[in-house]
Write a protein that binds this ligand. Sequence first.
Ligand SMILES: Cc1cc2nc3c(=O)[nH]c(=O)nc-3n(C[C@H](O)[C@H](O)[C@H](O)COP(=O)(O)OP(=O)(O)OC[C@H]3O[C@@H](n4cnc5c(N)ncnc54)[C@H](O)[C@@H]3O)c2cc1C
Length: 330
Amino acid sequence: MSGADLIAAHGLDRIGLKGRLSADQPLSSVTWFRVGGPAELLFQPADVEDLALFLRHLPEAVPVLPIGLGSNLLVRDGGLEGVVVRLSARGFGAISVEGETMRVGAAVPDKRLAEAAAEAGLGGFAFYAGIPGGIGGALRMNAGAHGAETVEVVRELQAVTRKGEILRMPASDMGYSYRHSAAPHDMIFTEAVFAGEPRERERIRAEMDAVNEHREKAQPIREKTGGSTFKNPPGHSAWKLIDEAGCRGLQIGGARMSDMHCNFMINTGEASAEDLERLGETVRARVLDTSGISLEWEIKRLGRFATGAGIEPFLGAAGGAASKESASHG
Ligand SMILES: Cc1cc2nc3c(=O)[nH]c(=O)nc-3n(C[C@H](O)[C@H](O)[C@H](O)COP(=O)(O)OP(=O)(O)OC[C@H]3O[C@@H](n4cnc5c(N)ncnc54)[C@H](O)[C@@H]3O)c2cc1C
């Protein structure tokens, strides 16, 4: 179905939405990799009530997926079925400081939260200075770096369910673990309350500078990338396993494992999403061969393959050939 058909079929232009509906929107312009086919329908709600109204009217069979700043996404070349929800800075970009807590909209970039915390003299947020995503993405996957992670600073979340209910819940309900939360994939976080501890501003600034210096030296932050491609398996570093498997600098089409940090995949210019995913599965196969360890994707792969053919996990290598990778969301 096209986006225009979705709007017409469900009367979405007649329910009094304040936000913006756009049909057949290319997602390559919003992902850091600069690849990906179109979303059938993109909805940018004006505020949380607008989002809830939209979801209550949209039949549950229509898939919904929130995206943030696109820094952890590999959207496949065939695009996304259903609706992509993107929170605007205008409706979801506020930060308010209340004593030692901060109420933060889900569209706020992580770096802005780090800045606001430094300004307010609240410690515990410097790690966000180096993460290029937004708070919605951080809440979803327990973003972290330099030994700190989101679960340590978030206290309460506001979210809208697929049925359009607005919920408030404690962070302890999120089932957080390393780069993971147990929240339903179509739950949309709209705001969260964070808590910090009072700390001198100079000390916080020094922590943020150290984070940024490390990034400049160790990561290809100016490339088209998605951050760490694979999670660190317990007791191992993904980059070391990749290096030992001879995959530093490995290239397929326009997709390459970075020479600087070999757990980062980069689009060297003209990569397709398929090149990037094929490269990732080739690396997983080689690492499985050399170490016996199955790397798990940290980057979220979403949508349909352009060819409809799909890419097998581990490209058919031992241990991974049994199940064919789903070509739908997630
Ligand atoms: C150069 C570089 C360095 C990076 N370094 C790190 C790092 O050190 N540590 C780290 O953890 N990550 C890192 N990342 C990955 C990425 O920045 C984080 O995962 C970030 O939290 C993703 O946020 P986003 O807004 O870009 O989300 P997106 O990439 O847009 O989406 C990621 C996931 O979050 C979900 N999501 C987004 N917004 C919402 C919302 N409002 N409600 C519910 N779900 C939502 C999406 O559905 C998707 O599943 C890096 C990426 C790059 C490119």
